[in-house]
Ligand binder design. Sequence first.
Ligand code: ADP
Length: 265
Amino acid sequence: MDYYVGIDIGSTAIKIAVIDELGELKASSISATGSSYYNNTKDALELLLSRNDIENGDIKYTVSTGYGRKLYKDSDEICNEITANAVGVKHINKENNIRTIINIGGQDSKVILLDEAGDVKNFVMNDKCAAGTGRFLEMAARTLEVDISELSDLHFKLQGSPVQISSTCAVFAESEIISLLAKGKAKEEIVAGIHYSIARRIARLADRLGLEDSILFDGGTALNKGVLDALKDELMRDVIVSENCQVTTAIGAALIAMKSVNGIT
Ligand code: ADP
């Protein structure tokens, strides 16, 4: 069996997808990016292949994408993550009804409009400010002394209203969270406030493009159902999350790898 590999080297996590010659997902992994992009990517790939009994020689082509894509020199090709994200979504979206992708990663957020063929029509990106990204949530989780995976449960525990986070900068927001805790605000009020503040930023970003239904939310932050809830509220639209939301872009890169070899995605 021939396999194709897509590697999405993000600011926070390395996502790897291995697809077979039919384009089906055979294996995937998510691991921390850390500070050594090349070594950590190489180790993550070796581990994924050995765990799934795939020989190096069975890998026909590798495409890397994401923030650190140029640092993984063993790839056959690199591609930009907007294209890879769209290709990944086109593949999982069998009904071909997704027209907008909202991707919130560790260090940036993007809104991507797709045309009727599922190809990129337009996009906007925020990579200047951490306040609308997963990094903001990581900082908040650290300050609140909870795991990133607990933010969603805290969000849904909220009985009253979320607090208003007024800081427009992640650095000031950290001080604001500390001062809200000192005023006796509950963690769930603060967490929901942060989720709404991210959702409002995404809504403003999306306003620059104009949203089209159906909307799919992906990237690691889509694992947080609290952010999803706040997004639906702020956008006043339904938003769906796919099963492999953090790996969609890596799947897209693997499909691009397959296309480079045999011309078919
Ligand atoms: P990047 O491509 O920039 O590395 P990802 O798309 O991998 O970013 O998303 C990373 C973000 O995903 C983190 O900053 C964090 O907010 C969020 N995240 C990761 N794992 C979880 C989890 N188990 N629960 C909730 N959020 C998560």
